[in-house]
Design a protein around this ligand. Structure first.
Ligand SMILES: Nc1ncnc2c1ncn2[C@@H]1O[C@H](COP(=O)(O)OP(=O)(O)O)[C@@H](O)[C@H]1O
Ligand SMILES: Nc1ccn([C@@H]2O[C@H](COP(=O)(O)OP(=O)(O)O)[C@@H](O)[C@H]2O)c(=O)n1
Length: 225
């Protein structure tokens, strides 16, 4: 049996990582791993414990009974903590506001990174598109294809607020920029590391972005996909 190919995709919030990676995975018959969901689910879990997500010791303590599971199927995406489905709950603004605190704790990052690598290795799939903030640099720096998906800040904010129609657009934009600023103190996902290909989707629609990513994958895997 051949090893699973990892396609690494990083980028800031609202750049299109999840939606584009999911569609690319479908087209290639690959799995899709949303790494941000693990940080979001842990933030949700810490909040369930009524603990402070900005307190590293409290986060590590709550992580002790964090029973996490995620689907790698792009057509059947779900996230669970224990028996509870948290697929929708982890997108709530209270979780988005808390997640950077959880993601800042080094021991948590090491723990989830080990889990991500195991999920890919045990997937039994020909390939997995893994998306997040530090996949190209930390989780899978040796991946045969590494992409930084970017878009101008105002475009990213507009995309996210179009999704969250019940919330005020200015508030959504402010929360997104605040989270990016906080996250970029931990990992650099705004500049491409050596060997990482930038796909800027500012002036591309969704279908064009999917095609651009597929082109990078085809050239990076010797045109075999
Ligand atoms: N190139 C694009 N043009 C227009 N809309 C896009 C494009 N890429 C993604 N989107 C839309 O923008 C929103 C945010 O994308 P998402 O995949 O959730 O980003 P991320 O995972 O990077 O936060 C989604 O509603 C998605 O359908
Ligand atoms: N590889 C990753 C993925 C996400 N994260 C953290 O998890 C949060 C949620 O990630 P996400 O991918 O769901 O965020 P969006 O881009 O979808 O808004 C980010 O704001 C980061 O704090 C991270 O630190 N490293």
């Amino acid at each position: 049996m051949t090893d699973t190919v990892t396609i690494a995709v990083d980028g800031p919030a609202g750049s299109g990582k999840s939606s584009v990676s999911k569609e690319v995975a479908r087209r290639l018959g690959f799995g899709y791993l949303d790494t941000g969901a693990a940080y979001r689910a842990l933030a949700w879990h810490v909040l369930e414990h009524h603990a402070d997500t900005s307190d590293a010791a409290a986060v590590v303590d709550a992580a002790g009974d964090f029973d996490y599971a995620i689907s790698l199927d792009p057509d059947e995406y779900w996230v669970r903590v224990g028996e509870t489905s948290v697929t929708e709950a982890i997108r709530e603004p209270r979780v988005s506001s808390a997640v950077s605190g959880v993601a800042r704790v080094p021991v948590i990052r090491e723990h989830v990174n080990t889990m991500f690598r195991r999920l890919v290795a045990d997937s039994g799939l020909p390939g997995v598109i893994v998306e997040g903030r530090d996949i190209t640099t930390v989780v899978a720096p040796d991946a045969p294809v590494r992409i930084l998906l970017t878009a101008a800040p105002d475009v990213r904010a507009a995309r996210r607020s179009a999704e969250l129609t019940t919330q005020d657009a200015a508030a959504v934009a402010a929360a997104l920029h605040k989270r990016d600023a906080s996250d970029s103190q931990v990992v650099d996902f705004l500049t491409a590391a050596p060997g990482v290909t930038v796909v800027d989707s500012t002036d591309l629609d969704f279908a064009q972005t999917v095609d651009a990513v597929l082109d990078v994958i085809r050239s990076g895997t010797g045109g075999s996909r």
